[in-house]
Design a protein around this ligand. Sequence first.
Ligand code: NAD
Length: 283
Amino acid sequence: MASSRMRTPLGGAVVLITGAASGIGKEMAEGAAHRGAKHVIVWDIEEEGGEIAASEIRSFGANATYYRVDLTDPDDVAAVGKRVLAEHGRVDVLINNAGIVTGKDFLDLTEEEIARTFDINALALYRTTRVFLPGMIERGKGSVTTIASAAGLLGVARQTDYSASKFAAVGFTESLRAELRHHGNPLHTLIVHPYYTNTRMFDGVKSRVSALLPILDTEEVAARILDAIEAGNQSLVMPRFAATIRLMKCLPVPVLDRVTDLFGIHSTMDEFVGHSGKRGDSQ
Ligand SMILES: NC(=O)c1ccc[n+]([C@@H]2O[C@H](COP(=O)([O-])OP(=O)(O)OC[C@H]3O[C@@H](n4cnc5c(N)ncnc54)[C@H](O)[C@@H]3O)[C@@H](O)[C@H]2O)c1
């Protein structure tokens, strides 16, 4: 079995971040460049935001390139991944960050919405990691980070699709870590569980106990993820209080339900509008 802690300095690394045209991904891209990454590769379906993210990084003298990619299309991911490897030689740090949320009650979800959520939040992890992991294994170093969510620790009302897709992301990362260790591959994996963060993705959500569970700041979340990669940490829950969810889940279900009601967890999405700015229409 490989050793359990593998530090990955970002200085000199080729870093690829999915969903880096906005939000946490964009902040991480800038942060990685500031920490001396050799090249930052911005992957996103949004061309304008992706170009802006990469050019902002280049404006302070670092190297960055935007590639348009649709993570729901396995052929596109494979083809664009091949181009990245041909043009940059390797990817040392892969951050699977892209994600979407519908924010709808279960019975209001269409089959397409559910499938799209799983496609981007869960299946895309397999597609991107499949492209870049072989090179990491060959070189005996590399890091794969998955941005899950606090909703990947606890199911939340109006998140039957989102929460389940994030549980899948957790299972993917945990199994990948186990498999790499089992085969003696000393690569780093990190699973991240942020609580609500002030990007546009969860616009409108309200934290009911903001002293314990504040809405997080995007810049700070991004910095803490990069710190965790550099330190070789394998799990990151933000804020720290959210880690108590793991203990709470040992409680009998009716008690757990009472506790989560006390914290107002299941009413946080009541005023959710998301990217669209309109109730019940987040995409
Ligand atoms: N914002 C929060 O409150 C919060 C909380 C916990 C976890 N997260 C997770 O953090 C990650 C980043 O979220 P964010 O808040 O920065 O959201 P965001 O909406 O700002 O960023 C997501 C990015 O993913 C891109 N994307 C969506 N579909 C894509 C596709 N098919 N192909 C390529 N790119 C695609 C979008 O264009 C966007 O730039 C997500 O995985 C999200 O689930 C966010």
